[in-house]
Design a protein around this ligand. Structure first.
Ligand code: UDX
Length: 706
């Protein structure tokens, strides 16, 4: 018998002969025991010599299978057990706990992989694991099992396969592996999912692109080689995909049968998997095509169901802004977050085999998550809506145990400054103040303010005692509108990390340092006369006009953002932004570029502080523009009112913290303080204070889970 490759996905007609005699006397086997189908693996049984004649008959038309929705009469379907692979990133630990809470069932298994760079989320997930005495929640640990799983990176597939191996080893019971992220949420109950998968045992759910294959390959960059190095995917050139392989792909959210996972994640994979792994090691977004391709070209080809069980909120105009340029040499897209107004779309999937939706982020919209949960489990409704912290959300911005990723130095500087001011406000004589945590606080689906948890050693060093408090801090509303424009501006703010997809700032604290790139976001009322041209003037703390931007307000473009072109190094202090309609002042606001008290998360030394906080002051606007606008600003008497101290040198050298604290107090206001431990302070205990991050949060309470 000759051996050789058959092209998978290709149709062959096959004749098999078997016997102990010469080839001419072999007996032809029935076709049923000589089955090649699309897998290319003949099944035969022959006690002697075997001859197989293979005739190529053409490309096989691959057909995805249909999912079963009902059992045949009288069939008793044993419920499947599900293993969830949660690949999580970021700091939304309370949302991940809420996700685990809603998915949890004692017969399911959870394996959590936290991006290796995310210290905070990792520690939080270890707590979840510890709280689960039944050991059906496991967290990936150690260098071999934790990966810096960058967006679109080859490491996402490594993460998946290594995690899958662990999941197989940890539990012998599960039947399906379902992967989810921090921004997924179920839209059917656990019972409905279990029933559906039980009817489809052994099948594999993946979503295909649904367009012409070559177009998919090109759009996906599958014909390019990518190399992952130093947490970035570098595109190194074109490549040819292997002959005879049916390339397929679509979404990286899947539900795979245990048999298929055992096949694909086997530590000694067969030639097909081994060779495809070589290809996919150099592939962008590998998990979006690897499983599909293996399925179609292996003996599992008849278990392929074209459905990833997900509703995805694609809004490509918003989500395809080349936002991952810093991590991949490619323009990738991301789906949008669901909002409450999208609920009917989710509800309309009630009769379809869709069990999860993405994406959800409580900092963008928590109400949609509440609504879905109340809809899925109405029996819990009365209990949940009155439960502690139900309408609040807390998201960590900083924790003092974090080593990675580095916190933004401007955020750290402002947080430490507020921590000092909090104890000063309590008239406490403190020796040292330690910032413990910075948290963003939301209530009724709105961002409220920042929480600063800090402790101070008071009294004498040797006999001193530690006080721990949390303060609620508001960002001062530093903008005013001219009389003619009153009520016509819905919002105007300057911050960094503007997310074009969700049209919001990711920098919730609004802390801006000398190396930040500030952006102005605006939203005008529908009632204004359009079109309208506005000029945006950026004026530094020395009253110099640094840049002018232009906005065209139109009926369909009343909200947006402008990004000024500044030097890389901003002058520290209070900046001004003026909006003019022709020469009429529309609004003005100010924002702080804080001097840095920290450099790479360590207390800054004097030399570095001089370099960082003492920016050179070239400015860009040309003379004519400068003349025009300076004239207007003088006529408004703007310059006469400025009192900015130019004594930067003195501030850096002798009293950097006082300087920072003075500037920070002009832009942030400490509203309330609670007592975070049993101290002598006459303050409300944080645990009983509804806004405190230490108060109960029923949605994220995993203590009685398992
Ligand atoms: C989605 C889909 O996954 C993908 O199919 C599509 O082509 C692009 O959009 P997106 O929503 O942009 O991806 O990515 P996101 O959910 O943020 O991240 C995907 C996975 O990678 C998540 O599990 C996330 O936790 C993980 N990830 C992302 C990391 O582990 N580290 C990161 O730095 C970024």
């Amino acid at each position: 018998m000759q051996s050789g490759y058959l092209y998978a996905g290709t149709e062959y007609s096959v004749e098999c002969f078997c016997g102990m005699e010469k080839p001419s006397q072999l007996k032809r086997l029935p076709d049923s025991s000589c089955n090649m189908k699309c897998s290319g693996n003949p099944k035969y049984s022959c006690g002697g010599y075997l001859t197989i004649n293979v005739f190529w008959t053409g490309i096989q038309k691959f057909k995805a299978q249909e999912a079963r929705n009902a059992s045949t009469d009288g069939e008793n379907v044993k419920p499947v057990q599900i293993a969830y692979l949660l690949t999580v990133n970021g700091r939304a630990s309370r949302q991940v706990k809420r996700l685990i809470n809603i998915l949890y069932h004692p017969s399911h298994f959870f394996y959590i992989h936290v991006d290796a760079r995310q210290d905070y989320l990792y520690r939080e997930m270890l707590e979840v694991e510890k709280s689960c005495k039944t050991s059906n929640i496991k967290v990936a640990r150690g260098e071999n099992l934790r990966h810096a799983s960058i967006w679109g990176g080859a490491s996402l597939l490594t993460t998946f396969l290594r995690s899958a191996q662990q999941m197989i080893a940890h539990s012998h019971h599960w039947d399906f592996l379902v992967n989810l992220s921090e921004s997924d949420y179920p839209i059917k109950s656990n019972a409905q999912l279990t029933q559906f998968l039980s009817l489809n045992r052994g099948m594999n759910f993946v979503k295909s692109h649904g367009r012409e294959v070559q177009r998919f390959i090109t759009k996906q960059g599958l014909d390019k080689t990518f190399v992952e190095c130093e947490t970035r995917m570098w595109r190194t050139g074109d490549r040819k995909l292997p002959d005879g392989i049916q390339v397929d792909g679509g979404s990286d959210w899947v539900a795979l049968s245990r048999e298929f996972v055992e096949y694909v994640a086997n530590s000694q994979p067969d030639a097909l998997v081994t060779n495809l792994l070589k290809v996919f090691k150099y592939t962008l977004l590998p998990a979006e095509s690897f499983f599909h391709t293996v399925l179609r070209n292996s003996r599992f080809c008849n278990t392929y169901i074209d459905n990833n069980l997900h509703v995805t909120n694609w809004k490509r105009k918003l989500g395809c802004k080349c936002q991952y340029k810093a991590v991949v040499d490619w323009c990738g897209c991301s789906p949008n977050d669901f909002k409450l107004e999208d609920f009917s779309r989710i509800r309309n999937t009630v009769d379809r085999n869709l069990f999860f939706a993405r994406k959800f982020e409580p900092i963008i919209d928590q109400r949609i998550i509440d609504r879905v949960e109340e809809w899925l489990y109405p029996e819990k409704l009365n209990k949940t809506v009155i439960a502690a912290g139900y309408d609040a959300y807390w998201q960590s911005l900083y924790h003092n145990a974090d080593l990675s990723p580095l916190t933004d130095d401007a955020q750290l500087t402002v947080s430490n400054s507020i921590a000092r001011s909090t104890f000063r406000k309590l008239n406490m004589d403190f020796k040292r103040v330690h910032l413990l945590e910075t948290t963003a606080y939301f209530r009724q689906n709105q961002f409220v303010g920042i929480l600063i948890l800090a402790e101070a050693v008071t009294g004498e060093e040797t006999v001193g005692y530690t006080e721990r408090v949390e303060s609620l801090v508001y960002l001062k509303h530093n903008f005013s509108t001219s009389r003619e424009w009153l009520g016509k501006i819905q919002s105007l703010s300057v911050s960094t990390d503007y997310d074009q997809k969700e049209k919001t700032f990711r920098n919730l604290m609004g802390s801006i340092g000398p190396y930040s790139s500030p952006v102005l976001s605006y939203e005008f009322d529908t009632g204004i006369t359009t079109p309208q041209n506005l000029s945006v003037l950026w004026v530094d703390p020395y009253d110099r006009l640094v840049d002018v931007n232009y906005i065209l307000l139109e009926e369909m473009a009343l909200a947006g953002y402008v990004r000024p072109q500044f030097n890389e190094h901003l002058v520290v202090g209070s900046w001004h932004v003026f909006l003019f309609a022709d020469t009429l002042l529309v609004a003005k606001m100010n924002f702080l570029v804080t001097p840095l008290g920290y450099w790479r998360n360590k207390k800054i030394d004097v030399e570095k502080a001089k370099e960082v906080n003492n920016a050179a002051s070239d400015y860009h606007v040309n003379e004519e523009t400068n003349k025009k606008w300076s004239h207007l600003l003088s006529s408004m008497n703007f310059y006469g009112r400025r009192t900015y101290s130019t004594d930067t040198e003195i501030n850096i050298n002798s009293n950097l913290n006082e300087w920072i604290d003075k500037l920070v107090s002009e832009h942030y206001e400490i509203d309330k303080i609670c007592d975070a431990n049993e101290s002598k302070l006459k303050l409300q205990k944080c645990i009983n204070t509804f806004w405190s991050s230490l108060s109960p949060d029923s949605k994220a309470d995993i203590n009685n889970l398992c």
